[in-house]
Every structure is written in structure tokens, then in C-alpha cells.
Design a protein around this ligand. Structure first.
Ligand SMILES: O=c1ccn([C@@H]2O[C@H](COP(=O)(O)O)[C@@H](O)[C@H]2O)c(=O)[nH]1
Length: 279
């Protein structure tokens, strides 16, 4: 079975190094002239699939915006995931799950087992119960060609108070996460299946990402203030595996399909200018 890392590497080469989020904020539904209800949620998601499903390498639905409508919102998420996969985009579900290992096994079954209605190519996970507690996700992902993106240096201003804290060996919490994920990716070619989330907003922090071996998901671009040029500052020499992620910056251009596609083309060009067209 082809690994997630290999599939992602190909998708980024074929479609460009870009992830676009589906974040149906109430304000965006309003801006698009939609109602803040299930109907608005379904129309919003369908429009993004129609506009970008056949061209974006990775699409990242934000689970929270579907969950807020309860089980029927989750049903819209299920249908959106299916349509995205059918249109050839890899689906990274942003759910940031994490718990004790036996519970993580249930999350793994929910998102990374092909028999699940919420089955996706990859999920985001929180390592703050220890990276080792995520082992059931790593195992299930490996068994089925899936991926896991673990939070390391998040884009929000509150992140550093936890992530920059140092342990007894002098490493920061984030560096410990980075090093443990690097171990999991060791030897994987052309790209490991275990990614790290590193915000484009964080500036130069001195963390060593050179051995990560997997994709580096970079949110925080656009609406949170970072620009593609900031990727150089944050990632330095490690740009070749960076997967920039935009949500509102692209979604603000809707509901016209042509507007969404133009915004997609623009941010992809910005990213290519920094990352190089071969990445
Ligand atoms: O460190 C992180 C991790 C995840 N996110 C998520 O990405 C999108 C960002 O949306 P924008 O509209 O592009 O700001 C959102 O779903 C966050 O939950 C992040 O921002 N930072």
C-alpha cells in the first residue's frame, strides 16, 4: 500500500504545494449570503468542493465548524469528505484529537479506518498527553496509508507559553515533539507520513526542523497575519517539505467559483515564489 507521505509528495508535485481549509465561520456564511444553519453549511461546503476539489493538493475541513450543528453537521462533513476524495484532493481533517492511548485508538478508528464514514487521508493531533499516547493513530495510519499531523509550534499567540517551555534535558516541549516525530519518519522516502504543524506566524524560534522527514503544515497565512514570505523566516532551509495552509484568505473570495479559483491561484503563486515550483 502506498504511504500517505508518498501520496502527499505526488499531490504536491502535481497540484502544487498548497492546503486550503474549509472553515464555515458564521461570518463567512453571512458574507456569502447564506444562512447560518445546516442548509448554509451544506451550500458553503459544496461550493468549495466544486471550486477547488479538482485542483487543490490537500483540503482541510475544520471539524469544529461542522460539529457545531450536531449530528446533521457531521453528516455534511461526511458527505464533503467523500466528495473531496472523489475529486482527487487529499483530505486532512483538522480535529486536533489527543487522549490516553486506549481512547486515541477509538479516534484512530473514527478517522483512519477505511470502514468509517469519517475516513480521511490524515488528521491533526494534539501531543500534550505525550507523543507516545498517539501511537494507536500512528499504527492505524501506517496500516492504511494514512497520515497524522502533530501540533508542534502553533500559529496562535498563546502557543509559546507551553511549547517553548523547557524540560530537564534542556529541549523545549516543541523540540521534543519534533524529535519524536522525526524518529517515526526515519528512512521514509520520498516523504514521511507523520507531519508537524508549525505556524507561519511564529518567526524565527531556533527550533531544529531539519530532521523532521515529514510534511510541515504551515497555517496562519492570510487572516492571521503571516505572508508567504514569512515561510522563509520560519522554515529557513527546510522549505522543501512545507505545506502552506490558507482558509479565510481564500474563502473570503467566495461564493463565486471563479473568485475562489482566482484566490487559490494567487496564493499558490505566492507560495511557489517562496518554496520553488519543484516543491
Ligand atoms: O497552529 C494552528 C493549527 C491549526 N490552525 C487551523 O488552521 C485554520 C486557519 O484558518 P485561517 O482562516 O487561515 O486563519 C483554522 O482551521 C485553525 O483552526 C491554525 O490556525 N493554527
Amino acid at each position: 500500500m502506498e504511504s500517505f507521505g508518498a501520496r502527499l509528495h505526488r499531490a504536491m508535485a502535481d497540484r502544487g504545494p498548497l492546503c486550503v481549509g474549509i472553515d464555515p465561520h458564521p461570518a463567512l456564511l453571512h458574507r456569502w449570503g447564506l444562512t447560518d444553519d445546516l442548509d448554509g453549511l451544506a451550500r458553503f461546503s459544496q461550493t468549495v468542493v466544486d471550486a477547488l476539489g479538482d485542483r487543490v493538493a490537500v483540503c482541510k475541513p475544520q471539524s469544529a465548524f461542522f460539529e457545531r450543528f450536531g449530528s446533521r453537521g457531521v453528516a455534511v462533513l461526511e458527505s464533503t469528505i467523500r466528495q473531496l476524495r472523489d475529486s482527487g484532493a487529499l483530505v486532512l481533517l483538522d480535529v486536533k484529537r489527543g487522549d490516553i492511548g486506549s481512547t486515541v485508538a477509538a479516534y484512530a478508528a473514527a478517522y483512519l479506518e477505511p470502514s468509517s464514514s469519517l475516513y480521511v487521508d490524515a488528521v491533526t493531533a494534539s501531543p500534550y498527553l505525550g507523543v507516545g499516547s498517539l501511537a494507536p493513530m500512528f499504527e492505524t495510519a501506517t496500516a492504511h496509508g494514512g497520515g497524522v499531523f502533530v501540533l508542534a509550534l502553533t500559529s496562535n499567540p498563546e502557543g509559546p507559553s507551553v511549547q517553548h517551555a523547557r524540560g530537564a534535558d534542556g529541549r523545549t516541549v516543541a523540540q521534543t515533539v519534533i524529535d519524536e516525530i522525526s524518529q517515526l519518519n526515519r528512512g521514509a522516502q520520498p516523504l514521511g507520513s507523520f507531519g508537524l504543524v508549525v505556524g507561519a506566524t511564529i518567526g524565527e524560534t531556533g527550533h531544529d526542523l531539519s530532521g523532521a522527514g515529514g510534511p510541515l503544515l504551515a497555517p496562519g497565512l492570510g487572516a492571521q497575519g503571516a505572508s508567504a514570505a514569512d515561510l522563509r523566516t520560519v522554515f529557513g532551509r527546510d522549505l522543501s517539505t512545507v505545506l502552506p495552509s490558507y482558509s479565510r484568505e481564500v474563502l473570503n473570495a467566495g461564493p463565486d467559483v471563479s473568485g475562489l479559483r482566482s484566490a487559490f491561484d494567487r496564493v499558490l503563486a505566492d507560495c511557489r515564489a517562496v518554496l520553488g515550483s519543484s516543491s
